[in-house]
Design a protein around this ligand. Structure first.
Ligand SMILES: Cc1ncc(COP(=O)(O)O)c(C=O)c1O
Length: 360
């Protein structure tokens, strides 16, 4: 039994009837409530569920100026028995605290994180879409709220979680542009943190390639511009001659994706050889030229697996095999989606069942 005390102020009216559950664009609809806790006098305090509403911010709110802001992303679905389930939330809690540590934001206890998540999902469970492949996107985030213009570690923070029903993610193959001009993260930097600034700095380079007709950037390492890192919002995987390869986490330059970790475990379970290691553009282009590059895909919470249709590097477009021929990504994608939806036995114990206690 949780010892966390969360006060609940219910929305006067539910907005659930105003949402078109047949047309759910990403991130535009919001559930009735949000969770908030504030950090002051050295502790997270005032844990509460309140009606979803705007914040009022002082113009000197330090996160706006100096970027002590981090976030997470995960999803809830309804299992076939109607119970809300969340995929591996403790991985997100753990990553949130790693990001917090890097950005000098105070950590949050597992107990508070899970109590906040469970209470919020339970109270707004009517917002979990039921159509296949749709889900309730969950956005936990933390930011410095201190009203102070000097540059130093803030003393006050807010932790908030809101949720947003989202429709099926259409996983059409993405076209990625391998960047040899900009870099996302260097060793010693904050690439492993899900820090707002990492995304802010990627906006312009990403926009530049999107204007050229590509969907996303595929980043290279900051030192030699030679080794693959990750895609803007996903980790990257290659299948070369039957071997599944993904860049390693040891440099601290890429996000430790929950999907990445899950796919590695599933692939090993399926008997594939999996390598977490440096993978260079040269190696991949050689494999391509030898007909040995069988698959390339992105891994992330949004689409689970995003097939990469082709990549661009130094003026050349390389086309990947059609989706029907992607044995590895198709198999892993189907297995992971079934686990996330509670459709198959969860032998890895990845699925968290949200206790349902609130009556609406
Ligand atoms: C930069 C980046 N890499 C990788 C990922 C994939 O992480 P996850 O599988 O935990 O969603 C994301 C998405 O959160 C991301 O933003």
């Amino acid at each position: 039994m949780s010892t966390i005390n969360i006060s609940i102020e219910r929305a006067k009216e539910s907005g659930v009837g105003n949402i078109d559950f047949n047309d759910l664009p990403f991130g535009k609809n919001f559930s009735d409530h949000m969770f908030i806790a504030d950090y002051y006098d050295g502790e997270w305090r005032d844990a509460r569920i309140v009606p979803f509403a705007d914040f009022t911010l002082h113009p000197a709110t330090s996160a706006i100026h100096y970027g002590q802001a981090i976030f997470e992303g995960m999803k809830a679905e309804l299992a076939p028995d109607g119970q809300p389930i969340v995929f591996r939330p403790l991985k997100n809690w753990n990553r949130l605290n790693k990001s917090a540590q890097r950005m000098a934001i105070p950590p949050i206890s597992q107990e508070l994180f899970m109590a906040a998540l469970d209470t919020l999902i339970d109270i707004d469970k009517d917002f979990i879409p039921t159509a296949p492949l749709s889900s309730l996107y969950i956005r936990p985030f933390m930011f410095a709220t201190e009203k102070y213009v000097g540059i130093r570690v803030a003393e006050n923070y807010r932790f908030c979680i809101f949720t947003s029903p989202v429709g099926a993610y259409y996983s059409r193959p993405v076209r990625v542009f391998v960047s040899d001009k900009y870099v996302r993260a260097a060793p010693g930097g904050a690439g492993f943190a899900k820090a707002a600034g990492n995304y802010g700095a990627a906006m312009m380079p990403t926009w530049e390639v999107q204007k050229m007709g590509y969907d996303q950037l595929l980043w290279l390492d900051a030192i030699e511009h030679k080794y693959f890192q990750e895609i803007g919002t996903m980790n990257v995987f290659f299948v070369i001659d039957g071997v599944l390869i993904t860049p390693g986490l040891d440099q601290g330059t890429i996000l430790e994706g929950v999907t990445r970790d899950s796919l590695i475990q599933l692939a090993q379970d399926e008997g594939y050889v999996v390598q977490e290691r440096d993978v260079s553009v040269d190696e991949v282009i050689h494999a391509y030229n030898d007909g040995k590059l069988q698959d390339m895909f992105g891994a992330g919470t949004a689409a689970v697996v995003s097939y990469i249709g082709g990549f661009h590097y130094k003026g050349v477009d390389y086309e990947l095999p059609p989706v029907e021929k992607r044995e590895v990504s198709n198999k892993l994608r189907a297995r992971l989606m079934d686990i996330k939806s509670g459709l198959v036995v969860d032998k890895f114990n990845w699925v968290h069942h949200v206790p349902v206690t609130q009556s609406v």
